[in-house]
Write a protein that binds this ligand. Structure first.
Ligand SMILES: C[S@@+](CC[C@H](N)C(=O)[O-])C[C@H]1O[C@@H](n2cnc3c(N)ncnc32)[C@H](O)[C@@H]1O
Length: 372
């Protein structure tokens, strides 16, 4: 592999139909210059490549654009894999998708990594590459410059050997490596966190992997005040701490965990089985409650995200509130915690007749919304 990037490489991905999922704005494109940069690089410097492994492609832009290559795409995100599926249908190509590193199989000519937001998650992927990809394979990492910490190169050198940083092109950079054969000296473990003396395990890409979210901590103080319910959904469950603590307190008939992160849904399942084994539970990976058709809930617990990857906004929270209003029983309640400044109180009124404040502190509010 050459270690320099040609400055004439000016191609940009220009797929008009490449879309984001979920899409709050149809004008937002489904790729950025980090995606274009890496695709250009592979086409220019690795034209013989026939079998690529792509990690963390955000909407399938890289996987779909590598036209002459059979591609395996790994992502922990349901939304990313769903976007890749939608985009693939416009640009038919040979693409396998997996949501667990251990499920990846095959021999790859190149590994392309879109730098994920969590450096710990990145590190687990580097450790996996170190153990599973043959020495001599080009390993390429793409990121926008503003999201690329110095430690990313250090981590790559630790696990895979000498790494070269490309020049910046349209505010994007690549980290370039040819995998060396080196021993792994570090054991990677997500520590999880404790709540009320119980330990919560968290897989690598779970939100608030090693501490309880302060908004969630406030909502947990309200569990008694929320009262009983038989069918409960923990929407955007992360580690599952809200659903599990509710299950322990009120012993409902069913707790249903939802998240778009596969690691989150797996962690919630593990934590429920450990801490609330007598309460029936189910888990589903998906965008909000989009995949729920028949089931209705007495109670939905929700600490919504305020960003998708690095894109900040309340569009996922809004989708969650709308879905919650559809999936609640007539007498059902949605309990939401959020930062004060996000103004969820007003936003919830769009779908709920009544919104009341249950608890607040300097930073967060816990709100109950219903249509009674
Ligand atoms: C603020 S965290 C709350 C996590 C957990 N409930 C807690 O309280 O610690 C928001 C969660 O929503 C999940 N999420 C983000 N986008 C989502 C989407 N489109 N559909 C479902 N869940 C999503 C994230 O993966 C994350 O686990």
């Amino acid at each position: 592999m050459q270690r320099t990037i040609s400055r004439k490489s000016g191609l940009e991905l220009t797929h008009p139909a490449l879309r984001r999922f979920p899409s709050n704005d149809p004008n937002l494109q489904g790729w950025d210059s980090a995606d274009s940069y890496i695709v250009n690089y592979v086409e220019e410097h690795l034209p013989e490549c026939r079998n690529a492994l792509v990690l963390n492609d955000r909407f399938g832009a890289i996987s779909v654009a590598l036209t002459s290559t059979r591609t395996t795409l790994f992502s922990d995100s349901y939304c990313a894999l769903h976007a890749a599926d939608l985009n693939r249908s416009n640009y038919p190509k040979d693409l396998d998708t997996v949501n667990q590193l251990d499920a990846i199989s095959g021999d790859f000519d190149v590994v392309i990594v879109r730098l994920p937001k969590s450096l710990f998650f990145f590190e687990t992927q580097l450790a996996w590459i170190a153990q599973n990809i043959k020495p001599g394979t080009p390993i390429l990492v793409a990121s926008m410059v503003k999201h690329l910490p110095h430690t990313a190169k250090e981590l790559m050198e630790h696990y895979l050997g000498q790494t070269h940083v490309s020049h910046a092109w349209k505010k994007a950079r690549l980290l370039l490596n040819v995998k060396e054969d080196r021993p792994i000296t570090k054991t990677l473990e997500s520590k999880g966190f404790d709540v009320f003396g119980r330990h919560y395990d968290t897989l690598a890409n779970v939100y608030c992997r090693e501490r309880l979210d302060p908004g969630t901590a406030l909502l947990l103080q309200c569990i008694e005040a929320i009262g009983t319910a038989e069918t409960v959904a923990d929407l955007g469950c992360g580690s599952g701490v809200l659903g599990v603590e509710y299950a322990r307190h009120f012993h409902p008939q069913l707790v249903h965990y939802f998240d778009e992160s596969f690691d989150a849904v797996r962690s919630a399942t593990l934590n429920h089985e450990k801490h609330a084994p007598t309460v029936k539970h189910q888990s589903q990976c998906g965008h909000s409650l989009e995949r729920v058709s028949e089931q209705r809930y007495d109670l939905i617990l929700n600490n919504p995200p305020f960003h998708q990857d690095q894109v900040v906004g309340d569009f996922i929270a809004r989708a969650m509130f709308e879905d919650a209003s559809r999936c609640l029983n007539e007498n059902g309640r949605l309990v939401v915690v959020g930062n004060r400044h996000l103004n969820y109180h007003q936003i919830l009124r769009r779908w709920f007749k009544r919104v009341s404040l249950i608890k607040s502190n300097a930073k967060f509010v816990v709100l109950m919304a219903d249509n009674h």
